[in-house]
Write a protein that binds this ligand. Structure first.
Ligand code: SAH
Length: 245
């Protein structure tokens, strides 16, 4: 009897110590901790320093594991202050541009958002951290499938995917409280404007490749009011044959 009690006294701290070591060493690897540190530095040095202040945007940028949305050979640059190549000759935007577009959309937690240009799925994840639901359209089937798998693996249940031409928006789920376009047409597509709710915001880069600007459109009483943000450089919005809009 006495013997069993002594065993318990010795065993309990031993089990506690082993499980503590296991949680630290196996559950959360030091690699995860390192990426979390990089994300926090990215938010401080690239995003807050440039004037982004919406706390939900900052929290989303600190949360989404950007390194999982870039090809493995670019992972070490994933928190750098620059866009990066992804598959199919496309790009994932610079972290600051993702944060800026998200802030300019002035999202509420109840918002339904349309994104055109799923790409890696990173911007969709940032949006999904903040608002109710994200409808994202990608014209490249390989990218669309990859992003869908990645976002499902990460547990996002409020992102809905469509492979198709986002120039036409996604009418079945319109109207949207906000629309974010991450590829550049030469001008604002009418279909996107008409799928925006009254009072909504549409953030889109447009203009020729060498002279694009980020524009915010606000719909008020059926009219669109445009406001110019900063010069940007996005990949072109293309149709099914690859021709730029
Ligand atoms: N938001 C993305 C970056 C997008 S890069 C991210 O976070 O990674 C631009 C994407 O727009 C590319 O994947 C490109 O294939 C897509 N695209 C170009 N034209 C399109 C169109 N007409 N409809 C939908 N997607 C389009």
């Amino acid at each position: 009897m006495k013997n069993t009690r002594n065993h318990r006294i010795i065993l309990f701290p031993l089990i506690a110590a082993v499980s503590l070591i296991c949680t630290t060493a196996c559950g959360r690897s030091s690699k995860d901790d390192r990426f979390e540190r990089y994300r926090s530095q990215m938010v401080k040095n690239q995003i807050i320093s440039r004037g982004i202040s919406d706390s939900r945007v900052l929290a989303a940028m600190r949360t989404v594991p950007r390194h999982l949305f870039v090809p493995e050979n670019y992972q070490r640059f994933s928190y750098a202050d620059r866009p990066l190549p992804i598959e199919e000759n496309q790009t994932i935007s610079q972290p600051y541009i993702v944060a800026l577009m998200t802030e300019l959309a002035e999202l509420k937690t109840t918002d339904k958002v349309l994104e055109v240009g799923t790409g890696s799925g990173y911007q969709a994840a940032v949006l999904a951290e903040i608002c109710d639901s994200v409808f994202t359209v990608e014209i490249n089937a390989t990218l669309a499938q990859r992003a869908k798998t990645q976002l499902k693996d990460l547990g996002y249940q409020n992102i809905f995917f469509k492979t198709g031409d986002g120039y036409l928006g996604w009418n079945e789920h319109a109207p949207y409280n906000a629309i974010i376009v991450t590829c550049a047409p030469s001008d604002l597509p009418d279909q996107l404007a008409s799928q925006l709710i009254d009072g909504g915001r549409l953030v889109i880069p447009h203009g020729p490749a060498t002279a694009q600007n980020l524009i915010i459109y606000r719909k008020q009483n059926g009219y669109l009011i445009a406001e110019k943000s900063i010069p940007v450089r996005f990949v072109p919005m293309v149709d099914d044959s690859g021709k730029s809009y």
